[in-house]
Design a protein around this ligand. Structure first.
Ligand SMILES: Cc1ncc(COP(=O)(O)O)c(C=O)c1O
Length: 484
């Protein structure tokens, strides 16, 4: 029990009409709580004057109780700083609990746990998809945040149900129309806590349990988790050199949802060309399916203009566009958005406000200014240059290593590259050994739902300083050579 709560707990425990005097009750109650461990060793007790005032009893009553417990060794005083529970009452290690009866996770809970309990680490070389958070303009951002927090209206502190602050929805709509050729007006934008949240909403609102959802194979685990936990049947949709290929899906059931990362397929790193984009939209139209376009890192392209988003190419609005600020700003911001087709906006907004009540309007207001005043675009340009340099550094470090003989994806965009390993190497062993040296080599295998047809490593370089890239490559090379 924290000392701040002691007065409240005592107020509830004291029986004013009891024959037992108040000092005795206080003594007994405190003694009992100390013995049970509810009042932990070294907890500071309230000053006698404060406790007496809080309990509306005489100060001497409190002093009598404290002195009694001091004499019994339950309490101790520290010169000049007050009365404490005696350090000797350090918590004993509790006895091992009885084995739990069969009450535990549900079947779905067990499935979710199996999918998500991985030893993921989000720091260092070469964790995929982490931006360089050290180079974010933290000082300007803090100032902006502080100002918007100060200027917040009283209403901004209440529950919200508008789908996000209008100014932020406006700023994002302007950005998406210009930079990504997305067709949208601000009312179609729903602010979320990131793509993971957006995916869950789409799965719940656009498909029923048992419906087929095509998932890129290999693909983003977060998307598969969202679909499976909404009860959908995830169907692997193989990726070829142009991205998701409807002709290669073995399962004949028409899907209700098709999840795709056409700008820079995660994790293979291929970009879907225009003809395939149009073919996928046409396929979705005929199958009466929704396409969920996860445009997670399209801002980072190094030698070409981005292709227009699928959403902008679809005449009949069957693409749901998901964006995130996790990569272009920082993941801890937990802000993303969905561009919802016009006819569904009210349903999405209402469901979201009930499932994930909105808030953070002062932060959204700061974000709207950050985007509107050009800082956002400037930061993206700086990061694009930095990530390109880092990819050069990675490729330079690979020269004369064993890894230079592996097949590397083009890296023309994004924040990671894929290394396809020759069959003689074991991706899991490589990754486990590297982890012991603080290097994170994400195996390609864990991005598959069905058994993988190749081995590889997904190498994130964007958030890794050059010295760490060089060291990481050295470790990877040594471990790969040792596997011969
Ligand atoms: C393909 C893909 N989509 C989405 C995300 C995450 O987005 P958010 O942080 O907004 O949930 C990631 C993160 O790594 C990703 O790789």
């Amino acid at each position: 029990m924290q000392s701040a709560w002691i007065g409240d707990a005592l107020a509830a425990a004291l029986a004013r009409d009891s024959k037992e005097g108040l000092a005795r009750q206080l003594t007994r109650q405190l003694r009992q709580w100390i013995g049970e461990g509810r009042l932990a060793a070294e907890t500071r007790l309230p000053a006698s004057r404060d406790l007496a005032r809080q309990l509306a009893i005489g100060r001497n009553t409190v002093i009598d109780a404290y002195e009694q417990l001091l004499a019994e060794g339950y309490l101790e005083t520290r010169h000049g700083s007050g009365t404490y529970v005696c350090a000797l009452f350090k918590r004993q290690t509790p006895a091992a609990p009885e084995p739990m009866a069969a009450l535990g996770l549900s079947g779905r809970g067990g499935e979710l746990s199996a999918l998500t309990r991985r030893d993921d680490d989000y720091n260092g070389a070469f964790v995929p998809c982490i931006p360089e958070i050290r180079d974010f303009p933290h000082r300007q951002w803090q100032q902006l945040l502080a100002r918007h927090q100060r200027q917040a209206r009283l209403l901004d502190f209440n529950y919200q149900a508008g789908g996000g602050l209008p100014a932020l929805r406006q700023a994002l709509a302007d950005y998406l129309r210009m930079a990504r050729a997305v067709r949208c007006h601000p009312d179609q934008i729903l602010i979320t806590q990131g793509t993971q949240h957006s995916l869950t909403l789409c799965a719940l609102l656009l498909a029923d349990p048992g419906d087929a959802a095509w998932m890129e194979e290999p693909g983003y685990l977060g998307a598969r988790v969202a679909m499976q936990m909404a009860g959908l049947r995830t169907v692997p949709a193989p990726i070829d050199e142009q991205g998701l290929n409807p002709a290669q899906v073995a399962d004949p059931t028409p899907p209700r949802l098709i999840y795709a990362t056409p700008s820079y397929q995660y994790p293979l790193g291929v970009t879907m060309p225009l003809a395939r984009r149009l073919a996928l939209i046409e396929y979705a139209r005929q199958a009466n399916a929704w396409i969920i376009e996860d445009d997670y890192d399209s801002e980072f392209r190094y030698n070409s203009q981005p292709l227009p988003a699928l959403q902008g190419l679809s005449e009949d609005a069957r693409v749901i566009y998901l964006g995130t600020l996790s990569k272009v700003m920082y993941p801890g911001l937990r802000t993303g958005y969905i561009v919802v087709p016009e006819g569904l906006v009210d349903d999405f907004r209402a469901a979201n406000a009930r499932l994930h009540p909105e808030g953070h309007y002062p932060l959204q207001s700061a974000l709207a200014e950050f985007i509107g005043n050009g800082q956002f675009a400037r930061h993206i340009r700086r990061m694009r240059d930095l990530y390109q340099e880092r990819q050069h550094c990675l490729r330079a470090a690979l020269v004369h290593t064993e890894a230079s003989e592996w097949t590397w994806s083009s890296g023309h965009a994004g924040m990671h590259v894929l290394a396809t390993l020759p069959p003689r190497l074991d991706e899991t062993r490589l990754s486990q050994q590297a982890a012991k040296e603080g290097i994170w080599l994400s195996t390609l295998g864990k991005h598959y739902q069905a058994p993988p047809d190749r081995q590889g490593l997904v190498i994130g370089y964007a958030g890794v300083a050059e010295a760490d890239i060089v060291r990481g490559v050295r470790v990877m090379d040594r471990l790969a050579r040792a596997q011969h």
